[in-house]
Design a binder for this molecule. Structure first.
Ligand code: NDP
Length: 247
């Protein structure tokens, strides 16, 4: 089965990579189930997809709340009868030097970037095990591959999710449920991500980096579509995607 008619749930669907992925997959015939906290954005995107001839529903979802993740999975099953793919993409990046002790922001990143993914896995696993198939994709970052000053906690959260994806795939194969998993490592992609940086020096450094490169979230969406489009017995485990000239 290719993308057409697959039911795909997406967290962090209200902007950036999640929104671009929803639009691309819907244009290829997937039925998309959109989750994030900003209802107005979700509503707008849902209407846009439907107006273009696609199928979409949304549910206000805070990924830090396990019940919200469960409700998103349930919405997919209620509206479309199944769930084939969950894209655990919600995240934030309030980077700062450790010495600034922005401990609340550290905890926020752990809650959304790590626990949000854990909550998504917990919500979807019973369904995927019962179906004996499914696909879990998550957005890590090049910060999950390479350390840089200012990115200690963000990078740590992004290192963490790769392990979850790989072990989920291995365990599910052992248990006979054949769940596919993929970890994406985007580099600098123009989205709303920098808005969460409160440290002014870090924010200005990040802006300089992002101003150098111009590629948008549609490029990440393309590779997610590629991973979904492979035959069920073929797993695209991970890929890095970013501007050609970014070191
Ligand atoms: P955006 O800021 O545009 O998107 C982030 C999304 O996450 C929004 O839809 C936001 O929606 C959602 N979100 C944040 N907190 C929560 C929450 N508690 N519950 C549910 N949704 C939440 O940035 P990107 O599209 O760039 O970010 C998507 C992912 O890509 C993130 O995981 C990010 O770390 C990763 N990434 C991005 C890179 C880039 O250069 N842009 C590079 C590497 C990785 P809402 O506020 O409505 O809840």
């Amino acid at each position: 089965m290719t993308i057409q008619n697959k039911v795909v749930a997406i967290t962090g669907a209200s902007s950036g990579i999640g929104s671009a992925t929803a639009q691309l997959l819907a244009s290829k015939g997937a039925k998309v189930v959109l989750g994030a906290r900003r209802e107005s954005k979700l509503k707008e995107l849902t209407n846009q997809i439907i107006a273009a001839g696609g199928e979409a529903v949304y549910q206000v979802t805070d990924v830090t709340n396990p019940a919200d993740n469960e409700a998103l999975v349930q919405l997919a099953k209620d509206k479309f009868g199944k769930l084939d793919v969950i894209f655990l993409n919600a995240g934030l990046m309030p980077n700062s030097p450790l010495s600034e002790l922005k401990v609340d922001e550290w905890n926020q990143m752990v809650d959304v970037n790590i626990k949000g993914v854990m909550n998504g896995i917990a919500a979807v696993l019973p369904t995927f095990k019962a179906q004996k198939s499914g696909h879990v994709i998550t957005t890590s970052s090049v910060a999950g591959l390479k350390a840089y000053p200012g990115g200690a906690i963000y990078g740590a959260t992004k290192w963490a999710v790769r392990d979850m994806m790989e072990v989920l795939r291995m365990e599910s194969a052992q248990e006979g449920s054949h769940i596919r998993t993929a970890t994406i490592y985007p580099a600098a992609i123009h989205t709303e991500l920098l808005k969460t940086i409160t440290d002014t020096t870090t924010a200005s450094g990040a802006k300089d980096v992002y101003d150098t490169y111009q590629i948008g979230p549609d490029r990440v969406a393309n590779v997610i579509a590629f991973a979904i489009d492979q035959p069920e017995d073929t797993n695209v485990n991970e890929f890095t995607v970013g501007p050609t000239d970014q070191p």
